[in-house]
Design a binder for this molecule. Structure first.
Ligand code: SF4
Length: 508
């Protein structure tokens, strides 16, 4: 009897997805049900939202960041690692990753804002997963025709000391070095972390990720632009169109233009609110408006929509801007002709009647950088470090806190710097939320201040009454407001119905 050794068959999925990451160059083929289409899209969106939140809450690439992201990927069953014995489930996860990426491309290609958000989250995800490939990184590069050739031993010996001194403290012993055109590693050149010679950068293997991620970003950005051209065709499909619209709305999370809270803030409260509950970007705009009785277009848009988001009505807005502008050089007539239209426009009462939403941190940080004479933008991103320091001093941020904030700014962690500012100005140890929007900052601040008022009221009641009421709010906020209570005594804001302001619609 003759035994023939069974031929090992490779499943089509294993052939398609040899590694847990890819550049997503080829769209998936085959049929899926609408139900699966939707559930894959929602799962990826969940993952990308988590990537965004982790990126705000932790320093990218740090150990806690990597741990948190790994945990999230594992929980949502997205591939990120190679196993010795790969199972069918692993390939199935890669298939799901492939399809869901392409579905979100359809949903996130039709505006610059959406594209920017999508690219940022996908890039963060890619960077982490590429790091997890370890010794399979070369395979990945080869599969994607990105072969970089290592320099010879002799050349390495010649420049080793120079490479070491270019890297300074970041130097780690490394065996393999590559020579690449310096234009491919501008990030390293910008922070002087690379040895350059004749237009060529010498980089150790661990820095290759910078080149790969640039490649990923370029490819994705190009593909999104191409996908957006096919949108009219996709939007004519009445099954897909509402689903894709819904998905693309989901990225902003909270809609801060919700009109439910309109009229809950009066104009004479604004100065007090600016000091206590505005993030620095809006505090700076409010002050500039009060000082100069004028703001240029970028400032009027950023601040005007924020005010709308905190509940200022159209009539209040017209009154507020007019009263300031006529204190400056603008005649009342000119205001009515030139400026009132734009305010009504931003409230959706003119032109295309679009109800504009307040700007998110991402939008403020990444677009329309301020120039001379502008006050919009994010101070953590756009201010000169010395000006930012003196601004923080004038806001009474303690010296040690300013150093912490400046360190975060230096590392380009602007939202983390703003969270730190929140902690220091509200006298709490940890914010307990991931900051992504100036109106979120306002709401969280008001929530905190109102909770501390409740605690204060309860602690001034007789002990028996406190016990009968169960001190619910005190238990809830005790850790966060314990230090705030004493500070906010003189900063209570009257007249805002915080219960309504903090209804589930605002608080998710
Ligand atoms: Fe404003 Fe966001 Fe910058 Fe804070 S991080 S100052 S909320 S743009």
């Amino acid at each position: 009897m003759q035994f023939v050794r069974a031929k090992r068959t490779i499943s089509p999925l294993a052939e398609l997805y040899p590694l847990p990451i890819q550049f997503y160059d080829q769209p998936p083929s085959g049929d899926i049900s609408l139900q699966e289409f939707e559930s894959l899209a929602v799962e990826r969106l969940k993952l990308l939202k988590s990537v965004e939140n982790i990126g705000i809450g932790y320093i990218r690439g740090s150990e806690p960041y990597n741990k948190k992201l790994e945990c999230e990927l594992r929980k949502l069953k997205f591939p990120y690692r190679i196993f010795n014995e790969e199972k069918m489930d692993d390939y199935e996860m890669r298939r799901k990753d492939h399809i869901s990426h392409f579905i979100l491309r359809l949903a996130y290609c039709h505006s610059e804002d959406l594209r920017r958000w999508f690219i940022q989250q996908e890039l963060d995800l890619f960077r982490f997963r590429f790091g997890e490939l370890y010794d399979k990184q070369q395979d990945f590069l080869k599969n994607n025709s990105l072969e970089y050739h290592a320099i010879k031993e002799e050349e390495k010996e010649r420049y080793l000391e120079k490479m070491k001194s270019s890297f300074g403290q970041n130097w780690k012993e490394c065996q393999v070095f590559y020579k690449v055109p310096f234009t491919e590693v501008l990030e390293l050149v910008r922070v002087r972390k690379v040895f350059l010679r004749g237009g060529v950068a010498y980089i150790p293997h661990m820095e290759i990720v910078i080149i790969i991620q640039n490649e990923f970003r370029q490819r994705l950005s190009k593909s999104l632009a191409l996908t957006s051209r096919s949108l009219p065709f996709i939007q004519s499909d009445e099954r897909l169109q509402p689903l894709l619209n819904h998905l693309s709305c989901a990225y902003v999370g909270q809609d801060y233009s919700v009109q439910k809270h309109v009229g809950k803030v009066s104009l004479d409260q604004l100065d007090g609110l600016a000091t206590k509950s505005y993030p620095p970007c809006m505090r700076q705009l409010h002050k500039a408006l009060r000082d100069h009785h004028h703001l240029r277009h970028g400032g009027r848009m950023q601040y005007g929509l924020y005010l709308k988001g905190i509940g200022i009505t159209l009539d209040q807005a017209l009154q507020f801007w007019k009263s300031e502008f006529i204190k400056g050089k603008v005649e009342p007539d000119k205001f009515d002709k030139s400026y009132a239209y734009n305010i009504r426009h931003s409230y959706g009462k003119e032109g295309k009647r679009t109800d504009y939403t307040p700007f998110s941190c991402m939008k403020i940080i990444l677009s329309n950088a301020p120039t001379q004479g502008d006050y919009h933008g994010c101070p953590f991103r756009h201010c000169d470090p010395e000006i930012l320091k003196s601004k923080l001093q004038s806001y009474k941020v303690p010296l040690a806190g300013i150093t912490q904030i400046m360190d975060l700014v230096k590392g380009m962690h602007y939202q983390l710097a703003c969270q730190k500012y929140f902690e220091l100005t509200h006298n709490i140890d940890e914010v307990g939320f991931s900051l992504s929007h100036p109106n979120q900052y306002f709401i969280e601040s008001q929530k905190l201040l109102s909770s501390s008022r409740d605690v204060k009221k309860e602690s001034s009641q007789p002990e028996s009454t406190q016990r009968s009421q169960g001190s619910h709010s005190q238990r809830e906020v005790s850790s966060r407001v314990s230090k705030t209570t004493s500070k906010t005594e003189s900063t209570d804001i009257e007249g805002i119905n915080i219960e309504e302001l903090l209804s589930e619609e605002y608080m998710e």
